[in-house]
Ligand binder design. Structure first.
Ligand SMILES: C[S@@+](CC[C@H](N)C(=O)[O-])C[C@H]1O[C@@H](n2cnc3c(N)ncnc32)[C@H](O)[C@@H]1O
Length: 262
């Protein structure tokens, strides 16, 4: 086999940006799809991963680019990615399987459902949420993921001092996030790109950067001493995500969906 051919077989790119890891021979592939969630929950993480390790969760993980990289570079962490769209989870699991990763699982699941029912309280070391959909149609605004209640659930799922990472290219969404996340997290705006992924941590970030859109990034640690009842009381005083999503950006989401390969 020529050197050229060998390279093509092992390294995958998306918009010219390589995915972490290499495609291994089929004998080394793993099974990373979590096809059946327990009827009731919570998830038995010890059985799922066969060990106890810090857990990294990606909510609305899309094709799993960020989580795959983290699983390759941090073999001592376990990873769980979920998305409501089965097709993106199929891409994510195929890539994880082909890289022989033992420390990652992907499932089709709604993010709020995962937090409410499946993730045990104080079980995740990191929770990531990259480019949650802004939903442009008034009839879909209720589907916006980041709400006060969502943040209470993220706070509950994190270990004490655990970290929450969030980013968007939608200014309206960002303003809302910046206003309410600090109620539950000691929150910092990240100025500039993440140093581990200057071309973008996720597919959507890569697309936004290629289009020259500003990307708003932040991270925070769960506020210590904030009990769940207190967090819920705060949540009741906060507004729902009723920002103007800027319909000019809508075409970007449609364009993204038309992408042939994800
Ligand atoms: C704009 S894409 C971003 C995907 C990925 N995080 C990235 O940055 O490339 C938003 C993703 O969130 C998923 N999603 C939307 N609502 C969700 C929900 N309630 N629970 C889980 N995933 C959701 C969509 O299916 C989609 O894959």
């Amino acid at each position: 086999m020529s050197k050229e051919r060998k390279k093509r077989r092992h390294i995958e790119r998306e918009f010219g940006v390589p995915f972490a890891g290499e495609i291994l021979d089929p004998g080394a592939w793993t099974q990373t799809a979590l096809k059946k969630l327990p009827a009731e929950g919570p998830l038995d993480l010890l059985t799922l991963f066969g060990r106890s390790a810090p857990l990294v969760v990606d909510l609305g993980c899309g094709n799993g680019r960020f989580l795959l990289g983290s699983a390759v570079w941090r073999p001592d962490h376990d990873h769980l990615g979920i998305d409501i769209l089965p097709v993106v989870i199929r891409y994510a699991t195929r890539r994880a399987n082909q890289r022989g990763l033992p420390n990652i699982r992907f499932a089709v699941c709604d993010a709020v459902r995962l937090l409410e029912r499946y993730l045990p309280p104080h079980s995740a070391t990191e929770i990531h949420c990259y480019h949650p959909q802004p939903y442009y149609e008034p009839s879909q605004v209720h589907l916006r993921l980041v709400t006060p209640r969502f943040l209470v659930l993220v706070h509950r799922a994190l270990v004490p001092g655990g970290s929450f990472f969030i980013q968007t290219d939608n200014l309206g969404y960002w303003r809302y996030i910046r206003d309410i996340v600090p109620v539950f997290f000691d929150f910092y705006e990240r100025i500039g790109r993440w140093p581990d992924a200057p071309k973008g941590r996720t597919r959507r970030e890569i697309i936004a950067l290629r289009r020259g859109l500003p990307v708003f990034r932040g991270w925070g640690t769960a506020r210590q001493g904030l009990s769940e009842p207190e967090a819920l009381r705060w949540a009741e005083t906060l507004p729902p995500p009723l920002f103007d999503a800027d319909r000019r950006l809508r075409e970007l989401d449609e364009w993204e969906k038309k992408g042939l390969r994800i």
